[in-house]
Design a protein around this ligand. Structure first.
Ligand code: PEP
Length: 246
Protein backbone atom coordinates (compact mmCIF):
# COMPACT_ATOMS: atom_id res chain seq x y z
CA UNK A 1 0.00 0.00 0.00
CA UNK A 2 1.26 3.42 -0.87
CA UNK A 3 1.58 6.22 1.64
CA UNK A 4 -0.15 8.39 2.60
CA UNK A 5 -2.99 5.94 3.13
CA UNK A 6 -6.42 7.51 3.40
CA UNK A 7 -8.92 5.01 4.73
CA UNK A 8 -12.71 5.24 4.85
CA UNK A 9 -14.45 3.38 7.69
CA UNK A 10 -18.12 3.24 6.77
CA UNK A 11 -19.02 1.55 10.07
CA UNK A 12 -22.64 0.22 9.99
CA UNK A 13 -23.74 2.49 7.13
CA UNK A 14 -24.74 2.44 3.42
CA UNK A 15 -26.91 -0.06 1.58
CA UNK A 16 -25.66 -1.92 -1.47
CA UNK A 17 -27.27 0.61 -3.81
CA UNK A 18 -25.84 3.56 -1.86
CA UNK A 19 -22.40 1.94 -1.87
CA UNK A 20 -22.37 1.47 -5.65
CA UNK A 21 -23.41 5.08 -6.15
CA UNK A 22 -20.75 6.20 -3.60
CA UNK A 23 -18.04 4.33 -5.55
CA UNK A 24 -19.09 5.85 -8.89
CA UNK A 25 -19.10 9.39 -7.49
CA UNK A 26 -15.85 8.94 -5.58
CA UNK A 27 -13.87 7.39 -8.43
CA UNK A 28 -14.97 10.07 -10.88
CA UNK A 29 -14.09 12.89 -8.45
CA UNK A 30 -10.36 12.10 -8.38
CA UNK A 31 -7.57 11.59 -10.92
CA UNK A 32 -6.92 7.84 -11.22
CA UNK A 33 -3.39 8.15 -9.82
CA UNK A 34 -4.90 9.32 -6.51
CA UNK A 35 -6.80 6.07 -6.01
CA UNK A 36 -3.73 3.99 -5.15
CA UNK A 37 -3.70 5.74 -1.75
CA UNK A 38 -7.30 4.86 -0.82
CA UNK A 39 -8.81 2.08 1.29
CA UNK A 40 -12.53 1.56 1.91
CA UNK A 41 -13.92 -0.54 4.78
CA UNK A 42 -17.63 -1.25 4.14
CA UNK A 43 -19.93 -3.53 6.19
CA UNK A 44 -19.38 -7.27 5.60
CA UNK A 45 -22.52 -7.76 3.47
CA UNK A 46 -21.38 -5.33 0.78
CA UNK A 47 -17.66 -6.10 0.68
CA UNK A 48 -18.02 -8.04 -2.55
CA UNK A 49 -20.19 -5.40 -4.20
CA UNK A 50 -17.74 -2.64 -3.30
CA UNK A 51 -14.79 -4.73 -4.50
CA UNK A 52 -16.57 -5.25 -7.84
CA UNK A 53 -17.41 -1.54 -8.05
CA UNK A 54 -13.74 -0.53 -7.73
CA UNK A 55 -12.19 -3.51 -9.50
CA UNK A 56 -10.78 -1.38 -12.32
CA UNK A 57 -8.98 0.86 -9.79
CA UNK A 58 -6.15 0.29 -7.27
CA UNK A 59 -8.50 1.08 -4.34
CA UNK A 60 -8.14 -1.44 -1.50
CA UNK A 61 -11.27 -2.87 0.14
CA UNK A 62 -11.05 -3.98 3.78
CA UNK A 63 -13.26 -5.62 6.39
CA UNK A 64 -14.00 -3.80 9.64
CA UNK A 65 -13.17 -6.75 11.89
CA UNK A 66 -12.14 -10.37 11.68
CA UNK A 67 -12.06 -13.49 13.88
CA UNK A 68 -8.78 -15.26 14.61
CA UNK A 69 -9.82 -18.85 13.76
CA UNK A 70 -10.27 -20.21 10.25
CA UNK A 71 -13.66 -21.72 11.07
CA UNK A 72 -15.72 -23.07 13.95
CA UNK A 73 -18.53 -22.47 16.40
CA UNK A 74 -18.31 -18.67 16.58
CA UNK A 75 -21.82 -17.47 15.71
CA UNK A 76 -21.90 -14.03 14.17
CA UNK A 77 -18.18 -13.93 13.36
CA UNK A 78 -16.32 -13.79 10.04
CA UNK A 79 -13.00 -15.59 9.59
CA UNK A 80 -9.87 -14.64 7.63
CA UNK A 81 -10.82 -17.50 5.29
CA UNK A 82 -14.23 -15.97 4.59
CA UNK A 83 -12.51 -12.73 3.67
CA UNK A 84 -9.87 -14.32 1.49
CA UNK A 85 -12.58 -16.40 -0.17
CA UNK A 86 -14.07 -13.19 -1.57
CA UNK A 87 -10.61 -11.69 -2.28
CA UNK A 88 -10.55 -9.32 0.68
CA UNK A 89 -6.98 -9.12 1.99
CA UNK A 90 -7.27 -6.34 4.58
CA UNK A 91 -9.12 -5.85 7.87
CA UNK A 92 -9.40 -3.18 10.52
CA UNK A 93 -8.73 -4.69 13.97
CA UNK A 94 -9.24 -3.20 17.43
CA UNK A 95 -11.44 -0.28 16.43
CA UNK A 96 -12.50 1.67 19.51
CA UNK A 97 -16.17 0.89 18.86
CA UNK A 98 -15.30 -2.84 19.02
CA UNK A 99 -13.28 -2.27 22.18
CA UNK A 100 -15.76 -0.06 24.01
CA UNK A 101 -19.28 -0.77 22.72
CA UNK A 102 -18.73 -4.50 22.18
CA UNK A 103 -16.32 -4.92 25.11
CA UNK A 104 -13.53 -6.53 23.10
CA UNK A 105 -10.73 -6.41 25.66
CA UNK A 106 -7.02 -6.29 24.81
CA UNK A 107 -6.80 -10.09 25.03
CA UNK A 108 -9.50 -10.52 22.36
CA UNK A 109 -8.03 -7.75 20.21
CA UNK A 110 -4.59 -9.40 20.46
CA UNK A 111 -6.07 -12.69 19.27
CA UNK A 112 -7.77 -10.98 16.35
CA UNK A 113 -4.59 -9.13 15.34
CA UNK A 114 -2.37 -12.18 15.67
CA UNK A 115 -4.88 -14.43 13.86
CA UNK A 116 -5.31 -11.96 11.01
CA UNK A 117 -1.61 -11.42 10.30
CA UNK A 118 -0.73 -15.09 10.74
CA UNK A 119 -3.38 -15.88 8.14
CA UNK A 120 -1.71 -13.35 5.83
CA UNK A 121 -4.22 -10.53 6.05
CA UNK A 122 -3.00 -6.95 6.08
CA UNK A 123 -4.31 -4.99 9.02
CA UNK A 124 -5.12 -1.48 10.19
CA UNK A 125 -4.65 -1.88 13.94
CA UNK A 126 -6.45 0.81 15.96
CA UNK A 127 -5.18 2.08 19.27
CA UNK A 128 -6.03 5.07 21.43
CA UNK A 129 -6.67 6.31 24.93
CA UNK A 130 -9.94 7.25 26.61
CA UNK A 131 -10.48 10.81 27.84
CA UNK A 132 -10.01 9.91 31.51
CA UNK A 133 -6.75 8.15 30.64
CA UNK A 134 -5.46 11.26 28.87
CA UNK A 135 -6.50 13.44 31.82
CA UNK A 136 -4.57 11.12 34.11
CA UNK A 137 -1.49 11.49 31.87
CA UNK A 138 -1.63 7.81 30.97
CA UNK A 139 -1.80 8.19 27.18
CA UNK A 140 1.64 6.80 26.32
CA UNK A 141 1.30 4.00 28.87
CA UNK A 142 -2.04 2.93 27.33
CA UNK A 143 -0.67 3.11 23.79
CA UNK A 144 2.38 1.03 24.71
CA UNK A 145 0.17 -1.53 26.39
CA UNK A 146 -1.99 -1.80 23.25
CA UNK A 147 1.21 -2.31 21.24
CA UNK A 148 2.74 -4.92 23.56
CA UNK A 149 1.51 -7.78 21.36
CA UNK A 150 3.84 -6.49 18.61
CA UNK A 151 6.73 -8.28 20.39
CA UNK A 152 5.17 -11.50 19.10
CA UNK A 153 4.52 -10.17 15.61
CA UNK A 154 7.99 -9.15 14.42
CA UNK A 155 7.68 -11.17 11.21
CA UNK A 156 4.49 -9.36 10.24
CA UNK A 157 5.32 -5.65 10.64
CA UNK A 158 5.20 -5.17 6.87
CA UNK A 159 1.51 -6.17 6.96
CA UNK A 160 0.52 -3.82 9.77
CA UNK A 161 -0.55 -0.18 9.69
CA UNK A 162 -1.32 1.48 13.02
CA UNK A 163 -4.19 3.98 13.39
CA UNK A 164 -3.86 6.24 16.42
CA UNK A 165 -7.42 7.21 17.28
CA UNK A 166 -7.99 8.92 20.62
CA UNK A 167 -11.32 7.48 21.81
CA UNK A 168 -12.55 10.96 22.79
CA UNK A 169 -12.00 12.22 19.23
CA UNK A 170 -13.96 9.49 17.41
CA UNK A 171 -17.32 10.68 16.11
CA UNK A 172 -17.32 13.61 18.54
CA UNK A 173 -16.24 16.49 16.30
CA UNK A 174 -13.27 17.02 18.64
CA UNK A 175 -9.91 16.64 16.92
CA UNK A 176 -6.73 16.04 18.88
CA UNK A 177 -4.37 19.01 18.91
CA UNK A 178 -1.31 19.01 16.70
CA UNK A 179 1.02 18.56 19.69
CA UNK A 180 -1.05 15.66 21.02
CA UNK A 181 -0.98 13.84 17.66
CA UNK A 182 2.71 14.59 17.24
CA UNK A 183 3.64 13.28 20.67
CA UNK A 184 1.90 9.91 20.20
CA UNK A 185 2.98 9.39 16.59
CA UNK A 186 6.60 10.25 17.46
CA UNK A 187 6.57 7.78 20.33
CA UNK A 188 5.17 4.98 18.14
CA UNK A 189 7.67 5.71 15.38
CA UNK A 190 10.54 5.70 17.88
CA UNK A 191 9.68 2.07 18.71
CA UNK A 192 8.41 0.88 15.32
CA UNK A 193 10.01 3.13 12.67
CA UNK A 194 8.98 0.83 9.83
CA UNK A 195 5.24 0.78 10.62
CA UNK A 196 3.00 3.48 9.08
CA UNK A 197 0.85 5.43 11.55
CA UNK A 198 -2.47 6.97 10.54
CA UNK A 199 -4.45 9.49 12.60
CA UNK A 200 -8.18 9.07 13.14
CA UNK A 201 -10.78 11.04 15.07
CA UNK A 202 -13.27 13.50 13.55
CA UNK A 203 -11.15 14.08 10.46
CA UNK A 204 -12.94 16.19 7.84
CA UNK A 205 -12.20 18.30 4.78
CA UNK A 206 -11.57 21.35 6.96
CA UNK A 207 -9.06 19.92 9.44
CA UNK A 208 -7.24 17.38 7.23
CA UNK A 209 -4.65 19.87 5.95
CA UNK A 210 -3.33 20.67 9.42
CA UNK A 211 -3.30 16.99 10.37
CA UNK A 212 -1.45 15.87 7.25
CA UNK A 213 1.13 18.63 7.70
CA UNK A 214 2.37 16.71 10.74
CA UNK A 215 5.47 14.88 9.51
CA UNK A 216 4.83 11.72 11.56
CA UNK A 217 1.27 11.30 10.19
CA UNK A 218 1.26 8.75 7.35
CA UNK A 219 -2.42 9.03 6.52
CA UNK A 220 -5.88 9.12 8.05
CA UNK A 221 -8.69 6.80 9.09
CA UNK A 222 -11.94 8.63 8.43
CA UNK A 223 -15.35 7.60 9.77
CA UNK A 224 -18.30 10.01 9.51
CA UNK A 225 -16.85 12.25 6.78
CA UNK A 226 -16.12 9.22 4.57
CA UNK A 227 -19.83 8.53 4.04
CA UNK A 228 -20.07 11.44 1.65
CA UNK A 229 -18.05 10.73 -1.53
CA UNK A 230 -17.54 14.42 -2.31
CA UNK A 231 -16.21 15.16 1.19
CA UNK A 232 -14.04 12.05 1.24
CA UNK A 233 -12.56 12.79 -2.18
CA UNK A 234 -11.70 16.29 -0.95
CA UNK A 235 -9.99 14.77 2.11
CA UNK A 236 -7.98 12.46 -0.17
CA UNK A 237 -7.06 15.28 -2.55
CA UNK A 238 -5.91 17.61 0.24
CA UNK A 239 -3.94 14.81 1.95
CA UNK A 240 -2.09 13.84 -1.22
CA UNK A 241 -1.29 17.47 -2.02
CA UNK A 242 0.08 18.12 1.46
CA UNK A 243 2.26 15.00 1.26
CA UNK A 244 3.43 16.03 -2.23
CA UNK A 245 2.18 13.04 -4.22
CA UNK A 246 -0.53 14.84 -6.21
C1 PEP B 1 -13.30 5.95 12.84
O1 PEP B 1 -14.35 5.37 12.61
O2 PEP B 1 -12.24 5.33 12.89
C2 PEP B 1 -13.33 7.40 13.07
C3 PEP B 1 -12.21 8.03 13.29
O3 PEP B 1 -14.56 7.99 13.02
P1 PEP B 1 -14.85 9.59 12.85
O4 PEP B 1 -14.00 10.06 11.71
O5 PEP B 1 -16.31 9.68 12.58
O6 PEP B 1 -14.42 10.23 14.15
Amino acid sequence: MNLPLIAANWKMNLTEEEAVSWCQKFVSALPSRALQYVLIAPPFTILKTVLESVVSTPIVVAAQNCHWEEKGAFTGEISPNHLKDIKICWSIIGHSERRHIFKEDQEIVNKRLKGAVQKKLKVIYCIGEKLEERKENKTLEIIKNQLKIFEELKDFYKNITIAYEPVWAIGTGVVAEKEQIEEVHKEIKKIYPEIPVLYGGSVNEENIEEIMKIKEVDGALVGGASLNPEKFSKIVEISLKVKGVL
